[in-house]
Design a protein around this ligand. Sequence first.
Ligand SMILES: C[S@@+](CC[C@H](N)C(=O)[O-])C[C@H]1O[C@@H](n2cnc3c(N)ncnc32)[C@H](O)[C@@H]1O
Length: 213
Amino acid sequence: MYPFSEQLEFYCEAHTTCESDLLYRLNRETHIKTLRPRMLSGQLQGRLLSMISKMLKPVNILEIGTFTGYSALCLAEGLQENGELHTIEIEEELEEMITKYFNISEHKSKLHLHLGNALEIIPTLSKIWDIVFIDAEKTEYLKYYEMVLQNVRKGGVILADNVLWDGKVVEIDTEIDEETKAIMEFNIFVQNDTRVENLLLPVRDGLLLIEKL
Ligand SMILES: C[S@@+](CC[C@H](N)C(=O)[O-])C[C@H]1O[C@@H](n2cnc3c(N)ncnc32)[C@H](O)[C@@H]1O
């Protein structure tokens, strides 16, 4: 279940700026070569990430969960001249595709890929983040959030993807699986957290915008 019908989703996409040629090719290759291409942010959410980044003009961005690098390239569009984007991916097999597209991106020199478990890599990155995009293991969202919040600047933003989890967060009649439970707990935790203000956008699979106060 999605918040929008497929028809409305197509309409939204048709009235949103197109992907660049680079992103189109990455999107296509991801669909041809990977088992779960649906994980890629796509045009609509990608343009939203890009626009948020361009509005915030970040110096430091952290992404947790690179997959093939689509959202990283979208977020990088708003980086300042001296900006850096650090992105963490646990699957080493994805390195080739990620670096292929990072290397032909105009933001190449600003992109830093870290291969390994985000829970181990996050503490080694001593930066103050302007934007953090949480998009890795769903059962670990709360851990990622607590690990990064102290290093997000005031007015900085954490974005958490898939917070509607295919609509399962409101399907109270069916048995709740581990990931749905974790996402629901994360959403409740953020809603009650006085350190932040939050807005749940029903875009794609649900994007939670969290501003640090
Ligand atoms: C939903 S995909 C990311 C999609 C990408 N952000 C995009 O929008 O195009 C989630 C990714 O997180 C990675 N991942 C899962 N657990 C992880 C962990 N503990 N540390 C780092 N990456 C992890 C997965 O291998 C997968 O590639």
